[in-house]
Design a protein around this ligand. Structure first.
Ligand SMILES: [Zn+2]
Length: 412
C-alpha cells in the first residue's frame, strides 16, 4: 500500500476522542466548540501534509495543497466532521481523514500536482441542530435559502449566532463562495450506512448516484365514535385507512425483488388518540426513494391510486402535501471508471450501488462531476454509536482513493 494504514488508524482513534459518548459513540454538533476542536486536530494533519488551512464564513474547514498552476479548477475531496447527537465514529469522519491521508501520501512521494487540491470538512452536513443540512456544501455554491440564518436550535440559538460564535463573518458569505467552474470535480468517501456491502462481503463499493427522495405528508380524516358502540360496517376509521396505506406502500416498493426502491412511513400522529375512540384524523409521512426517477414516478402514481381506493373504501377524506421532491443525482461515468480500475488494481471486486442517504456530494453535484467510494459498515448500522467500519476496509478505501486522485491528476 502507498497510504500509511497505521497513521490513518491513529487519526481515527484521536478524532474519536472529541465529543466521545459511551465506549464507541460521538456527539459533535455543527458550529460548536467540539467541532472546532475536531477542526483544529484535522487542520494540524492537513498542515503536516503540506496544506494551508482556513475556516471560511460558512464554518467549513478547508485545506489547500497549492498546484503548480493555481489557475486550473481545483480537485476537491471531503465530507464532514459534525455528527449526529447519538452518532458513531465514522460517518463523515471517514471522508475527511481518508482525503487527508491521500494528500499526505502525495506529499510524501514528492508529488506536487498541476491543479490545486482541496480537502474540506463541510459545516453541518447532518442538519439536525437547525433542521436543515448540507449547510456548508450548499453555502460555498451560493445555494442557501431565504431565512436559513434565522433557524434556531432547541436552545433558541440561531444559525447566525452560532456561526458568529464560531468566528465566521455572516456578512461576508460572498467571499467564501466558489465561482462557477472553479471546482473541477469532487470525490467523497463515506461509509455505506446500509447493509449491501456487508452482505456481499465486499470492503468497497462504487456509488452510482444519490437517489432523490420524495417526501409527502398525508392527512386522513374520518369520524370519531365510541369504540364500544359503532358497528364495524358504519365506521370511518382514519387509522385503519392509514394502516392499509402503510402496507400498500410496502408492497409498491417491493414489487420487483432486488430493485433498490425504498418506501417508509416513519411518523404517525393519531387524533384524538384515545383507546376507546375510533381515530378521526391521522397524519403520517411518506419517504419514497429510487435511483430511477421514471420508476419512482410510476410508483408514486400507484401510491396515489391506492390512497384514493383505500380512503373511498373507508369513507375518509384526505390531503397530501409535498415536502421535498428531489431528483437522483448520478456520479460521473469517467470517475466511476477510474475508481473501478483502481479497485481492480487491488484485486477488489467492487459492487456498484446507489446511495439512499444524502451526502455533501449531492450539493456538489450541481457544480461539478462527482464520484463516491463506499466503505462496508457492519450490519449496515449508522447514526448510532454501534456504527463500525474496520480500519482494514478504511485503508483499502483510502488506497483506492489515492490511485483515483493520481489518475484524475494525470488525465487532465
Ligand atoms: Zn455523513
Amino acid at each position: 500500500m502507498k497510504i500509511n494504514a497505521t497513521r490513518l488508524e491513529q487519526h481515527f482513534e484521536a478524532m474519536s476522542l472529541i465529543g466521545k459518548i459511551g465506549e464507541t459513540g460521538t456527539c459533535r454538533p455543527a458550529h460548536t466548540a467540539l467541532e472546532k476542536q475536531g477542526f483544529e486536530l484535522a487542520a494540524s494533519w492537513m498542515q503536516e501534509a503540506g496544506m494551508t488551512t482556513r475556516i471560511d464564513n460558512f464554518g467549513n474547514l478547508i485545506g489547500t495543497l497549492k498546484g503548480k498552476d493555481p489557475s486550473q479548477p481545483v480537485l476537491m475531496m471531503g465530507s464532514h466532521l459534525d455528527s449526529q447527537p447519538y452518532g458513531g465514529r465514522f460517518d463523515g469522519v471517514a471522508g475527511v481523514l481518508c482525503a487527508i491521508e491521500v494528500v499526505t501520501t502525495l506529499s510524501e512521494n514528492g508529488i506536487q500536482p498541476d491543479r490545486t487540491i482541496e480537502v474540506i470538512s463541510f459545516a453541518d452536513e447532518e442538519g439536525w441542530r437547525f433542521n436543515k443540512g448540507l449547510f456548508g456544501s450548499r453555502g460555498i455554491l451560493g445555494k442557501l435559502e431565504e431565512g436559513e440564518l434565522q433557524r434556531a436550535d432547541k436552545d433558541g440559538i440561531t444559525r447566525e449566532q452560532a456561526l458568529k460564535d464560531f468566528g465566521c463573518d455572516t456578512g461576508k458569505f460572498g467571499e467564501s463562495e466558489y465561482a462557477k467552474g472553479r471546482i473541477f470535480c469532487f470525490l467523497e468517501l463515506h461509509i455505506e450506512q446500509g447493509p449491501v456491502l456487508d452482505i456481499a462481503l465486499k470492503p468497497v463499493g462504487i456509488v452510482t448516484g444519490i437517489s432523490g427522495p420524495l417526501w409527502l405528508t398525508v392527512t386522513l380524516k374520518g369520524m370519531a365514535g365510541h369504540a364500544g358502540s359503532v358497528p364495524m360496517p358504519l365506521r370511518k376509521d382514519a387509522l385503519l385507512g392509514a394502516a392499509e396505506i402503510v402496507v400498500a406502500l410496502n408492497k409498491i416498493a417491493t414489487q420487483v425483488p432486488g430493485n433498490p426502491t425504498v418506501g417508509t412511513v416513519g411518523t404517525m400522529n393519531v387524533f384524538p388518540a384515545s383507546r376507546n375512540i375510533i381515530a378521526e384524523e391521522v397524519t403520517f409521512t411518506i419517504d419514497l426513494r429510487d435511483i430511477d426517477l421514471g420508476r419512482r414516478h410510476r410508483y408514486e402514481k400507484q401510491l396515489m391510486e391506492e390512497i384514493e381506493a383505500i380512503t373511498q373504501k373507508h369513507q375518509l377524506t384526505y390531503t397530501i402535501s409535498e415536502d421535498t421532491n428531489s431528483e437522483p443525482r448520478y456520479c460521473a461515468d469517467w470517475i466511476k471508471d477510474i475508481i473501478r480500475s483502481n479497485c481492480e488494481k487491488q484485486q477488489l471486486e467492487a459492487p456498484e450501488l446507489m446511495s439512499g442517504p444524502f451526502h455533501d456530494a449531492l450539493a456538489l453535484s450541481y457544480a461539478c462531476d462527482y464520484g463516491m467510494i463506499f466503505i462496508r459498515c457492519k450490519d449496515g448500522i449508522s447514526h448510532n454509536p454501534l456504527e463500525y467500519a474496520s480500519y482494514e476496509d478504511l485503508s483499502i478505501g483510502a488506497e483506492v482513493m489515492y490511485g483515483t486522485v493520481l489518475d484524475i491528476l494525470a488525465k487532465v
